[in-house]
Design a protein around this ligand. Structure first.
Ligand SMILES: [Fe+2]
Length: 250
């Protein structure tokens, strides 16, 4: 007799853990229904790892890896319902340039501290519009696509000069619902997402001021990745104002 999916999962779960195959199953979503955490527990894990980043128990790159793994485990439907994506779609008009930005309240989630340690928001874009290319200082962020499709490009910020950055392309791919990406000062610092479906939405968490040794404001550092190509795959990318960046890329 063919075992049911539940029986099969129960029998093989232990050995898969032992052989390190769990990640493969996560990514294929095979065990999703049985083992995805509730969204409340998922948020608590996010709060804990943020605390560990701020307490310097995790480096920013370790935090990124943990956050990506956690994002990949989320029950996306439950997350969309928690952040009231339906309401946002109904009430928030997507702009003709750039992205909408809607804050999220977690007050209704039981057991979360008053200060979760991170900011959070939903970005929304119409087809062809972008969260324009920018980096940050002293900020770790994580994106998970809630709905729609995006083209996402990321770059390492290798050097900072008066009028430009030297950047290195790291990620250039399509992102569909459930797709994740993270940034920090030391990995994939510059991000840029262009909506390629009629509408598209991203959930974002950002941890500002995680490293007391990094000086400067965490706000957006607008940049033009379409710059002079240098040796070693590097690009000389001019600093931009928000206005100029939105005019070219928004
Ligand atoms: Fe950003």
């Amino acid at each position: 007799m063919t075992p049911t999916r539940r029986q099969f999962s129960a029998q093989v779960l232990g050995s898969l853990v032992a052989y390190g195959l769990i990640e493969t199953l996560w990514s294929r979503d095979l065990l999703a229904d049985e083992v995805k955490p509730t969204v409340g527990a998922w948020l608590k894990d996010l709060v804990e790892m943020t605390k560990d980043l701020r307490g310097r128990k995790l480096t920013d790159k370790e935090f990124q890896a943990k956050m990506e793994a956690l994002y990949k485990k989320v029950d996306l439907k439950a997350l969309c319902s928690l952040v009231k994506l339906d309401d946002v779609e109904k009430k928030v008009k997507l702009p003709d340039n750039g992205a909408s930005n809607t804050g999220i309240d977690f007050k209704a989630v039981e057991g979360l501290p008053a200060d979760v340690g991170f900011g959070r928001q939903i970005f929304g874009c119409k087809k062809g519009r972008s969260i324009v290319p920018h980096g940050h200082l002293n900020m770790c962020t994580g994106f998970i696509i809630l709905k729609g499709e995006w083209e996402g490009k990321h770059y390492d910020r290798v050097e900072t000069h008066k009028e430009h950055y030297i950047i290195k392309p790291t990620i250039d791919q399509k992102f569909a619902a459930g797709g994740v990406s993270t940034i920090s000062d030391h990995k994939d610092n510059i991000h840029w997402f262009k909506a390629v479906s009629e509408t598209a939405y991203i959930f974002n968490v950002h941890v500002i001021g995680y490293d007391p040794d990094i000086k400067g404001n965490s706000g957006r550092l607008y940049v033009d990745p379409d710059g002079e190509k240098l040796a070693g795959g590097l690009v000389k990318a001019a600093k931009m104002t928000s206005e100029a960046c939105h005019k070219k890329y928004g």
